[in-house]
Write a protein that binds this ligand. Structure first.
Ligand code: PXL
Length: 287
């Protein structure tokens, strides 16, 4: 377990990270998944809630958006007092919320701001739940593509989100590389194109590139129907490692191992899809 992130001593202030995302009342994805992973990675998680979903293991039946100025105020409040080593975005729901997040982050030095000193920003471009319920308004796609992606230190779409953002249907390594190029053209510093939804392959083969470096990250595919919150967990673990000062390839390598363990520990919940789980971390190491 020497791959795990270092943990602070009791009483010592831990490394901090910020999630700007939606709440999942079922506790499987969104802010709840981010906070679980941050806590069990030993990172203090701060939160800017962008939307509240009414949700269980079967689906999403309601969305209540937080006023954009309140989302921005949460970000400013924690960054200017507590300080964060990295931030991540998840469900942002609407164009006005995306615009407020982008402006606030730019002002606080979060993400690609065009200025020197910056706090890394992981953009998980959440568009829909695994049940197919929308988590992003259709008129917010342009804001996501044109405003938020250019601010990303790394963008971590699933293959449905890749299709939405680039129009490319990833079916093999060639289309995976093409999609990565497109996301870099949109302005992201790094793109991670997951192989997780390529159901035909026995392995999960993700491509991570910044246009100069190219990393193929392979892990075996964990067969489970309980993978709710998997993308959130990967992005949150990446943010945790970036907050610790890891390079982007180092952070994603850590996050892949983390999410694989969480997929192995996923459990059934309710009548639908259960969540990936970082609770394995509470077991004695090595068990
Ligand atoms: O897993 C993506 C996601 C992110 N955020 C919220 C969600 C979901 C999926 O359901 O509900 C709030």
């Amino acid at each position: 377990m020497d791959w795990l992130l270092p943990v602070s001593r009791p009483g010592e202030t831990p490394v901090r990270a910020l999630t700007i995302a939606g709440s999942d009342s079922g506790g499987g994805a969104g802010i709840q998944a981010d906070m679980r992973t941050m806590s069990l990675c030993g990172v203090h998680g701060c939160v800017a809630v962008a939307a509240v979903t009414v949700q269980n293991s079967v689906g999403v039946t309601g969305v209540h958006e937080i006023p954009p100025e309140t989302v921005a105020a949460q970000i400013r409040s924690v960054v200017t007092d507590i300080g964060v080593g990295a931030a991540k975005t998840g469900m942002l729901s609407s164009a006005p919320i995306i615009e407020a997040v982008v402006a606030e982050c730019a002002d606080l030095g979060i993400g690609n701001t065009g200025r020197g000193q910056k706090i890394p920003l992981v953009v998980d471009p959440v568009a829909a739940s695994m049940h197919g319920d929308p988590l992003l308004r259709s008129d917010a796609l342009d804001a996501l593509r044109d405003l938020l992606i250019p601010q990303a230190t790394i963008v971590t779409p699933n293959l449905d989100e890749v299709r939405l953002l680039t129009g490319i249907n990833v079916v093999d390594s060639e289309t995976q590389a093409h999609a990565a190029e497109k996301l870099l053209e949109l302005g992201a510093e790094w793109a991670l194109i997951k192989g997780g939804h390529l159901r035909s392959s026995a392995e999960s083969r993700d491509l991570l590139t910044n246009g100069t470096e190219r990393h193929e990250l392979t892990s075996y595919r964990v067969q489970t129907g309980n993978d709710h919150g998997g993308g959130d967990t990967l992005a949150a673990a990446t943010a945790c490692a970036l907050a610790h000062g890891y390079s982007v390839p180092g952070a994603v390598t850590f996050a892949k191992r983390w999410v694989t363990k969480c997929l192995e520990s996923a459990y059934p919940l309710g009548a639908g899809h259960g969540p990936v789980s970082p609770l394995w971390r509470l077991l004695p190491l090595g068990s």
